[in-house]
Design a protein around this ligand. Structure first.
Ligand code: GDP
Ligand code: GDP
Length: 439
């Protein structure tokens, strides 16, 4: 399971600046997908080769009443679930009552806490730090998040605190025992995830093995369907002993993100009877961001009139139109309709994520694409794309070499990705491009 870093502090101390620095998008493409909310609360960071989930808890300043209940709840939950807390304060304002409030709250958490005295650029860091030792925390570090100063020391300290250099393999590799394709069932509360999991498990010819022990959070269920092995990652927490359904835990965003990270394919479940929310979109963007394959299930399709169905489809086109690579299925988990097709798309998405591509084919397709739609000129010189080769699987990575290709506009990268997707028939997986200057 990925270690979780929570950023805490009153508003304006620089949490989102640090968040952006830690999670700096590895994939410009994702950041530029239209329709995704830019100010995400959850992100993934790769620091010294280790992946983390980073949570910006928003402002905790003692005025929680003002914040939407679920969000505040999720922030506090995030602190509880985090492996390490970064407590940011502002060197320029000095300590405030709100800082002490946050410190009080954190003191009750029994976990590593690093106090980060931010905005030390242009001021005397030692003097700024000395104030904050009085909070009683061991580790107080200077930081200038906006300029990147102090970030390396911070990362080293995080590694020390979490003992990540030791062989704590549990921390590093997640759930390795899982067999076959790992399939996460994710979505907001009440969209029908448990109903769907039970439907899967109740299908004919499905063999469910003993639960292979539970992780702290999601439940891993091994099963076999049509001679193929799968491990369901059940975020809804249905334990199926006999026919007993027992809801183990309430919805947790972090649990969901960890399930996505640990999966090969995620089924994103949404409720046809509810509007698409920002939380849906941010889950989807997290799936894409982590390079996981995805199938979308619009659930509760039963008992809706044609008119209602048209409205839902229209809304999906409008809000999810940017996800042009994932299959969307309209299902009823309750009655089982269309659920079989989900499996086909899951297999297809995983096959796409692992596709073997050859350099000669990719180069040929690159030439075809450039003929169809010439790369643009940048400052009077045409971008020249020379050749392409595969760079990895899961998700497929296509490496392109050329001249000035680092200047290629996003719109042209999108065109290339769509072109490759179409020609290679890659459905259900994100595709990444890496552009390299010269040979
Ligand atoms: P948040 O509310 O805690 O998420 O804070 P933000 O990240 O939005 O930052 C609040 C303000 O502080 C913004 O205007 C940032 O540009 C500024 N800021 C953040 N980090 C630094 C820093 O290292 N130095 C300086 N001088 N300003 C910073
Ligand atoms: P979860 O919180 O995502 O696990 O959602 P549940 O599986 O507990 O379902 C929430 C509610 O939606 C329950 O009352 C279900 O019976 C109902 N529900 C789930 N799937 C369907 C469906 O396909 N059609 C209808 N009409 N109701 C459903």
């Amino acid at each position: 399971m990925l270690p979780v870093i929570a950023l805490v502090g009153r508003p304006n101390v620089g949490k989102s600046t640090l968040f952006n620095r830690l999670t700096k998008s590895r994939d410009a493409l994702v950041a530029n997908l239209p329709g995704l909310t830019r100010d995400r609360q959850y992100g993934q960071a790769t620091l010294k080769g280790q992946k983390f989930i980073v949570v910006d808890t928003g402002g905790i300043a003692g005025d929680e009443e003002g914040i939407d209940g679920l969000m505040a709840g999720q922030s506090l939950l995030a602190i509880t679930e985090a492996n390490i807390v970064l407590f940011l304060v502002d060197a320029r304002t000095g300590m405030t009552a709100a800082d002490e409030f946050v410190a009080d709250h954190l003191r009750r958490q029994n976990k590593p806490i690093i106090v980060l005295v931010n905005k030390v650029d242009g001021i005397h860091a030692d003097a700024a730090l000395s104030d904050y030792y009085s909070l009683g925390y061991q580790t107080v570090l200077p930081l200038a998040a906006a300029h990147g100063r102090g970030v390396n020391t911070l990362v080293d300290t995080i590694f020390d605190e979490l003992h990540l250099e030791s062989n704590d393999e549990d921390q590093l590799i997640g759930y390795e025992k899982a067999q076959g394709l790992k399939l996460a069932i994710v979505g907001r509360p009440n969209v029908g995830k448990s109903t769907l999991v039970n439907r899967f498990l109740g299908e004919e010819r499905v063999v469910v093995y003993d639960l292979p022990g539970t992780t702290r959070d999601s439940i891993y269920i091994e099963m076999e369907r049509r001679d193929k092995k799968y491990t369901l990652i059940d975020t809804a927490g249905v334990r199926r002993r006999g026919k007993v359904k027992e809801t183990v835990e309430k919805f947790s965003v972090l649990k969901t993100l960890q399930a996505i990270d640990d999966s090969n394919v995620s089924i994103m479940v949404m409720d046809a009877r509810e509007p698409i929310t920002d939380q849906d979109l941010s889950l989807i963007s997290y799936i894409i961001d982590s390079g996981r394959s995805m199938v979308i299930a619009i659930n509760k399709w039963d008992g809706m009139t044609e008119e209602q169905r048209d409205t839902v489809k229209h809304e999906i086109d409008r809000r999810l139109g940017f996800i042009d690579f994932a299959r969307i299925h309209f299902i009823s988990a309750l009655h089982g309709s269309n659920v079989g097709h989900l499996w086909e798309s899951v297999d297809e998405a995983w096959a796409s994520a692992q596709v073997e591509m050859s350099a000669s084919k990719l180069t040929r397709l690159l030439e075809e694409a450039s003929e169809k739609h010439q790369p643009p000129t940048v400052r009077g010189r045409r971008v020249k794309l020379r050749y392409a080769h595969p760079g990895g699987h899961n998700p497929p990575l296509i490496v392109i070499h050329g001249n000035q290709c680092s200047k290629l506009p996003e719109s042209y990268k999108r065109f290339l990705i769509n072109f490759f997707r179409d020609k290679l028939k890659l459905i259900g997986t994100p595709i990444r491009l890496e552009l390299k200057e010269g040979d």
